[in-house]
Design a protein around this ligand. Structure first.
Ligand code: SF4
Ligand code: SF4
Ligand code: SF4
Length: 318
């Protein structure tokens, strides 16, 4: 029997999702033996775009696309992946909701280029040169860079069959998701592949799991202020933990090392806008509404991983 064909493409991501596959350790050997990897760009397999594009449409069983869609090349390859793959999965929170790199949508591309190439303390660029989409080297070799767009989620460009959260996805969850894929035990199309529980439900700090009552949040504190206590619910202690609204497929990893959940797992089932749900959860937990004024940089707290996939999507106006 022929093996299922797999394609993988890294768009606007950091390659951390690729590393999440390496984290599978010995199970990765089983996966690699069970599938036929026809495309894995740009990190693993040297297959050129034109060779992948030449495959018949629908000839690849599963495609994983990681990273958000940040330029015209990503957009083109997302469309190619969609055409070639019977099942297309947004792998990781960048592809699913835009990811932390989606916060670029708070700025114009011109502002970002100015900051990166002219204004930073470490920049040495006396002529103020900015990258340009076209450049001719030695008067004869034309180089072309893909045009930047705003950051988008994969499903803002093509139809997506499944979503996997995490930045990057946790290896235990990746293993469960790959097994479900190989065994054909997938949820309905359009779903997140998730164990279905919130971070709070798997967090050892949760007072409810110890048979105690939750306390209202009486202060707002930042991690930088210190004072985080092991075993205590960080939200009750005033650190704005987003565990109540976040998928807990990571096993509450951050809480095990004394860091509040920042929401990389994506929304618990049934949530349309992660940031809005997070605002609602935190607002309803606060003892006193004046505490809202103590929340520093609410956009980066509540929309850290999901701005492009939210109803707002980007900064509107100045
Ligand atoms: S989800 Fe996280 S680990 Fe994966 S590509 Fe995006 S930033 Fe990197
Ligand atoms: S709010 Fe955070 S610290 Fe508290 S139980 Fe939930 S995940 Fe754990
Ligand atoms: S605890 Fe939250 S931020 Fe940390 S890995 Fe899990 S989902 Fe991501």
């Amino acid at each position: 029997m022929s093996k299922p064909k797999l394609a993988y493409y890294l768009a606007g991501g950091c390659a951390g999702c690729d590393i999440s596959l390496v984290d599978l350790a010995d199970f990765l050997v089983d996966v690699v033996s069970a599938v036929d990897i026809v495309f894995f760009a740009p990190t693993l397999v040297d297959v050129k775009y034109k060779d992948f594009e030449a495959l018949p449409d629908g000839s690849v069983d599963v495609g994983l696309l990681t990273g958000n869609i940040r330029n015209k090349e990503h957009e083109h390859m997302a469309k190619v992946m969609r055409a070639k793959c019977k099942v297309l999965i947004a792998y990781g929170i960048c592809a699913s909701l835009g990811g932390i790199k989606g916060l670029v949508n708070l700025h114009s591309n011109q502002e970002l280029l100015e900051k990166a190439y002219r204004d930073t303390f470490s920049t040495d660029n006396p002529s103020g040169e900015l990258p340009s989409p076209r450049y001719v080297v030695d008067g004869k070799y034309e180089l072309e860079l893909p045009e930047l767009t705003e950051a988008r989620t994969l499903d803002q460009v093509v139809e997506v069959d499944y979503y996997i959260g995490g930045c990057p996805p946790h290896y235990e969850h990746v293993k469960a998701a790959l097994l479900a894929l190989l065994e054909g035990k997938l949820p309905p199309k359009g779903s997140w592949i998730t164990m279905g529980h919130a971070v709070c439900e798997v967090c050892a700090r949760n007072p409810v799991l110890r048979g105690e009552k939750k306390k209202p949040v009486g202060e707002v504190r930042r991690v930088i202020e210190g004072g985080l206590v092991e075993e205590e619910c960080l939200l009750e202690a005033g650190y704005l933990c987003l565990g109540p609204v976040t998928q807990g497929d990571c096993g509450a990893s951050c809480l095990k090392v004394n860091i509040p959940c920042r929401g990389c797992g994506g929304p618990i089932p049934g949530v349309r806008d992660y940031g809005l749900r997070a605002i609602s959860a935190i607002a309803s937990a606060l003892e006193d509404e004046t505490l809202v004024d103590r929340i520093e940089d609410p956009v980066r707290l509540f929309y850290r991983y999901s701005l492009p996939g939210s109803m707002i999507r980007k900064r509107l106006g100045k």
